[in-house]
Ligand binder design. Structure first.
Ligand SMILES: C[S@@+](CC[C@H](N)C(=O)[O-])C[C@H]1O[C@@H](n2cnc3c(N)ncnc32)[C@H](O)[C@@H]1O
Length: 251
């Protein structure tokens, strides 16, 4: 990367931003949040080229543009910018029966799934920290009961835990993966998922933060039909993968 006109008085908080040309500095230095990423070609990503369910994607985006989410959260209705309206639209339109949410945190994604799915559907959300340890949690026992949301304090990157949850994973119609992004959990989880022989049915995987430096390679390795929906989702990268025939991951 070329470095010119480095400003010695610039705030030290995000050192990588110094590296940009003067003319770009203001755009890069002053957003609410900036994360280092990379721009990579898509014409040579065969799984992206193979994705063809644009009727679904178009209806998804249109639905997301119209709905507003009635759950507290600073960014919950940011569209584009965050993924919750897209998630709500996806759940509304795809009508999954069984949903898996990986990375509960304060419960926003799990609650959106519960609230926008039809009656009789259920959500199982995984984390290593219980939702009630987060002060601004949007999950509590009443909400979990009303929307059939169950939290499991389990780590699916552990092969034993994964295997204990195999029936659940095979039955899922929708999986959202928004875990720690520690360059460990997601590659391990997706590798294990790719080894599961799944019954063929309509099934989606929504992967958060696919534009993180550590996630770009993993996103590229996905060989099931996929589409990068970042422009209508989370600014850090929102990927939708058609895993109706299971997940195919480059060896
Ligand atoms: C980005 S947050 C998830 C955000 C959440 N989906 C939401 O909508 O608010 C990531 C979460 O992953 C959790 N996490 C860390 N390691 C994990 C693991 N091995 N399995 C599942 N979740 C994990 C963290 O505790 C954190 O709550």
């Amino acid at each position: 990367m070329e470095i010119f006109n480095v400003d010695p008085t610039a705030p030290k908080k995000n050192p990588q931003w110094y590296a940009y040309p003067e003319a770009q500095k203001d755009f890069i230095r002053h957003p609410r949040h900036a994360i280092e990423s990379a721009i990579v070609s898509v014409d040579d990503d065969i799984a992206a080229q193979e994705f063809d369910d644009y009727a679904f994607v178009a209806s998804l985006i249109f639905e997301a543009s119209r709905l507003r989410i009635d759950i507290p959260g600073r960014f919950v209705n940011a569209f584009p910018g965050d993924h919750y309206r897209l998630l709500a639209a996806l759940i509304k339109l795809a009508q999954p029966q069984l949903m898996i949410d990986i990375g509960t945190f304060t419960g926003l994604s799990a609650r959106v799934m519960g609230q926008y799915s039809h009656k009789g559907s259920s959500v199982v959300t995984f984390d290593v920290t219980p939702y009630d340890e987060f002060p601004d949690s949007v999950l509590y026992p009443g909400v979990c009961k009303d929307f059939d949301i169950e939290q499991k304090i389990e780590d699916l990157s552990d092969p034993v835990v994964f295997s204990n949850n195999l029936d659940l994973i095979k039955s899922a119609d929708f999986i959202m993966c928004d875990g720690p992004k520690d360059n460990r959990f997601e590659p391990i989880f997706l590798r294990q998922l790719s080894q599961v022989s799944m019954p063929c049915k309509r099934r989606w995987l929504l992967l958060d933060d696919i534009r993180f430096m550590d996630m770009i390679g993993l996103w590229r390795a996905i060989q099931s039909p996929k589409i990068d929906l970042t422009s209508f989702g989370h600014f850090s990268g929102t990927g939708l993968v058609d895993i109706s025939k299971g997940l195919i991951l480059k060896a």
